[in-house]
Design a protein around this ligand. Structure first.
Ligand code: 13P
Length: 249
């Protein structure tokens, strides 16, 4: 099963449901391939309840973009908890996105977020990635391993966790890793996950960073990747659908 996950970030109003409607129409008609992939869209908190109600009976899942790290309810102005997200019928959540890390989320906070998301039985898209400087110093794999080991415990229900590798320097820049480089990183990451968490569970690994209808042609050659986390191109139904089309071409 491949995943195509759209992260809308700070985008979307109620009328933006039409984007997901069009994607859903494509999905329903794509009889040839639609059993091979899963589409998940992450709109902002303001749209979660409405969109999740509308897509309750559809194959597309609606996903949250983040949650607060503590508690079900509490004196945390402006935040929402994993518990509140779960209670409106959401089953997926993105945690650890580099844009949130950039505004102060560290591994300790991310660990708490994963803990509370698991407690509420949410499926987690856990984002990791190196920045430009770390890449230049060839620290990519070391950084990724640290981001994983600082946060994931061996006794977690790992089936609820999908890893999304998003190089920070690639997000929103149009720059993508070289095919060989990404293949190697994906291969070594999966090998590491297996050795650390035991062979029982095959982690799903996504790539994110400037995925569009062109770059997907290369990414699809990497068999280690189980899907994609798509930012900019997920705000347009056409661009998002073209990514899936080109993947299966
Ligand atoms: P872009 O696809 O816009 O580079 O964003 C990737 C991303 O951050 C998805 O979470």
């Amino acid at each position: 099963m491949k995943y195509f996950i759209g992260n809308w970030k700070m985008f979307g109003i109620p009328a933006s449901i039409k984007i997901i409607d069009r994607i859903n129409n494509f999905l329903v008609r794509d009889k040839k391939n639609n059993k091979k992939y899963k589409i998940i869209i992450a709109p902002p908190h303001t749209l979660l309840q409405d969109f999740s109600n509308k897509f309750k009976t559809k194959k597309i899942s609606i996903c949250a973009q983040n949650c607060f790290q503590k508690g079900d309810f509490g004196a945390y102005t402006g935040f929402v908890s994993a518990f509140m997200i779960k209670k409106i019928g959401i089953n997926h959540i993105i945690i650890g996105h580099s844009e949130n890390r950039a505004s102060g989320e560290n591994d300790v906070i991310i660990k708490e977020k994963i803990f509370t998301a698991l407690k509420n039985n949410l499926n987690i898209i856990f984002c990791i990635g190196e920045n430009k400087n770390e890449k230049r110093k060839k620290l990519t794999l070391r950084v990724l391993k640290k981001q994983i080991t600082n946060v994931l415990k061996k006794n977690y229900n790992l089936k609820k966790i999908i890893i999304a590798y998003e190089p920070v320097w690639s997000i929103g820049t149009g720059k993508v890793p070289k095919l060989r480089e990404l293949q190697k990183t994906a291969f070594l990451l999966k090998k590491f996950l297996k050795s650390r968490f035991g062979g029982k569970y095959n982690f799903k690994l996504l790539y994110g960073g400037s995925v569009d209808n062109k770059s997907i042609r290369n990414f699809k050659l990497i068999k280690e990747l189980d899907g994609f986390l798509i930012g900019g191109a997920s705000k347009s139904s056409k661009k998002f659908i073209d990514i899936i089309r080109n993947f299966y071409k």
